[in-house]
Design a protein. Sequence first.
Lengths: 199, 199
Amino acid sequence: MSDAEKHNAEMKALQKAQREKIAEAGDPARGLVLVHTGDGKGKSSSAFGVVIRALGWGQSVGVVQFIKGTWVTGEKQFFDKLGGVTWATMGEGFTWDTQDRDRDIAAAEAAFAKARTMMESGDFDLVVLDEVNIALRYDYLTPEAVIAGLDARHPRSGVILTGRDAPQALCDYADLVSEMREVKHPYQAGIKAQRGIDF
Amino acid sequence: MSDAEKHNAEMKALQKAQREKIAEAGDPARGLVLVHTGDGKGKSSSAFGVVIRALGWGQSVGVVQFIKGTWVTGEKQFFDKLGGVTWATMGEGFTWDTQDRDRDIAAAEAAFAKARTMMESGDFDLVVLDEVNIALRYDYLTPEAVIAGLDARHPRSGVILTGRDAPQALCDYADLVSEMREVKHPYQAGIKAQRGIDF
């Protein structure tokens, strides 16, 4: 086989695989559960990328942020201005900005109660639980409670759960688990966090 | 130390680390080069998440798509409707939808010429070269040409390059490399690609 023929055969195989993947695409019969975890960049930003993808198809989207820092993020400013996304931020915030464990647990539970309401309502094609894995990591929420909430979701609603250290039980439950692995990070070279890129 | 004290100490350490990270944040002195690679989900969607983050800060953004499929994506529809993002799509598309190698190479080179113009102009805070790594993977572009283009960029412009199989030379050049690793994928369970989630 010549190089051109080999290339042609390779491209045809790719084309076939890709067409098979998208052949029966359409409105999902069942919303999927996606977990974005790992120590690398891109867990939340790819969830927000999926949000705009869903909005592009005219789907309805809800976001619950489980970490409310004291700093302002570009994505929050963007969606505030855009409108159309139902956005809930945990009242108090926790981890590095709150040093009271009982209050942290109460805040996490209140945020998850909001998330449950969104997931069960049937009003959303996509619900993002941003940084919920951090609440799990610090035992502010139990994996059992989160899985029970996912299980009770409206069949229409897909859910993305982000944050490092996703517990194994959640990964077992999920349809898709993607690990963002940090291969090289500019902090290692002493470069500071930047607007737009990092937050 | 009691559990509460340990928790408190842990939270304080986290808070300190986080504050150090964002302490000197602001307009970047130099746009970073980010590579999103790996076989998992989230390479392009996290780039689009960074796009909205940048837009949230009022930054200007350009996107060059190196793979133009015959299908419509949610992100393209979203940004078309939103406006304000300079968007270039490679004329012909390649790989599984084009089976002529010479035409593929010409199309990739034309797309990269557009990308160079954007990167050198100084008009953009962020330029996304979506799926450019696929063009590298099939030798439609050389790593040397891509790195020369990055090197000639305006200092203001950050660049994100997405796609699996990023060449080592590009990873060596980049400030940040994030690998999206597929831990579990619904295609494995026979679930088809879904609107909103996958495209």
